[in-house]
Ligand binder design. Structure first.
Ligand code: BDR
Ligand code: CA
Length: 347
């Protein structure tokens, strides 16, 4: 049996990177008595949809808003999807606001080959009675941060364009953000290019601004989200819940598995974005380690790579400070159970 950097991982991957030792999390976590106020910044998106459902369902989270960003699909589709998803999950009262259509600079990158042209595969949801807030994503975030009695966590689960714009426009409000639980990046390989994961590749300059911002960050990269998978049997569990939301989740998972099969010949799909949300609800679900994360913004083949340094000796030598906790391990069975339980709580 080969030795991996993670010792007891069973998925067979052999990390080609230095796996920093697990460290205690510093990210805040909600409880049913004191739910964590959360804004999800998202490009729904198959896995985004499950992440939003999880946030709505968990009593440890008070979902204040969903802001949208162009990513998996055109931002107009993403906004409409966010509205329809919240409506389907019984929470059309949660505000939605539209953000950036494309990256701060450079070409627009989409993931419609995986998520479908409209972002939600073949799933067609009834329209919501609600409409998007005219103030837009960044202004809504600012207002909610000003109004909230407690600091607010943000889960950016799409390209980081809106968050970077927020940092530039509202530096005075950054202290009101308790934590960024980001889905993006990778210690090891990417998924869009060999170097880069989709959310970072879609706007590397924005990601660079975010990782340099000094805001407390947890990065849920592919190293951990590729352990957080569902298969056809999990889709059946979701469908058999007997809830309309369970059927929606099952359809989205089935579509994702179909696309993964076509692209990579795999039979499971990673529910990347739900890991970033779950971390804010469940204290001990994800193991994290301390890293210095820098983003490659060059025009070369490493564009969008998150360069993650976890080796103390090298950090000292090059004067680097840890700026993120990075997810390294999750219990896949527990993760699946969490999602099935969540969609059983929704209408
Ligand atoms: C990320 O890219 C998107 O396609 C998913 O929604 C997720 O946020 C995974 O690389
Ligand atoms: Ca996403």
């Amino acid at each position: 049996m080969g030795r991996t950097g993670f010792g007891d991982l069973e998925h067979g991957a052999i990390p080609t990177f230095y796996a920093a030792p697990p460290a205690p999390r510093t990210a805040p976590v909600g409880t049913p008595e004191r739910p964590i106020p959360l804004i999800i910044d998202s490009d729904p998106g198959l896995d985004d949809a499950l992440a939003i459902g999880l946030a709505v369902a968990r009593p440890e989270i008070e979902l204040l808003a969903v802001t949208t960003v162009g990513g998996n699909a055109d931002v107009r589709h993403c906004t409409d999807n966010a509205l329809r998803l919240l409506h389907a999950f019984g929470r059309s009262d949660i505000p939605v606001a539209e953000g950036a259509q494309g990256p701060l600079t450079g070409e627009v990158v989409r993931a419609t080959a995986i998520h479908g042209e409209g972002g939600l595969g073949r799933t067609e949801l009834p329209p919501s009675p609600a409409t998007a807030c005219p103030e837009g994503a960044v202004a809504l975030m600012a207002r909610l941060l000003e109004e909230s009695p407690a600091p607010v966590a943000i889960a950016p689960i799409g390209p980081l364009t809106n968050i970077a714009l927020f940092i530039r426009l509202h530096p005075d409000l950054l202290a009101r953000i308790s934590h960024l639980s980001i889905m993006g990046g990778s210690i090891g390989e990417g998924n869009t290019t060999t170097s880069a994961e989709f959310n970072v590749y879609a706007d590397p300059e924005a990601a660079d601004i975010v990782f340099r911002s000094g805001i407390p960050i947890t990065m849920m990269g592919l190293d951990v989200t590729h352990q957080a998978t569902l298969d056809a049997a999990a889709a059946t569990r979701l469908r058999d819940l007997g809830t309309a939301s369970g059927v929606i989740a099952a359809e989205l998972v089935d579509f994702a598995i179909e696309r993964v099969w076509q692209w990579y010949g795999g039979t499971t799909t990673a529910i990347h974005d739900a890991v970033a949300v779950a971390h804010l609800a469940i204290d001990d679900l994800v193991t994290v380690a301390s890293y210095n994360v820098r983003v490659d913004t060059s025009a070369g083949p490493a564009r969008g790579r998150t360069v993650c340094e976890g080796l103390g000796r090298r950090m000292t030598r090059y004067g680097l400070q840890p700026n993120a906790e990075v997810g390294i391990r999750i219990d896949p069975g527990r993760f699946e159970g969490l999602l099935v339980d969540a969609f059983g709580r929704l209408p």
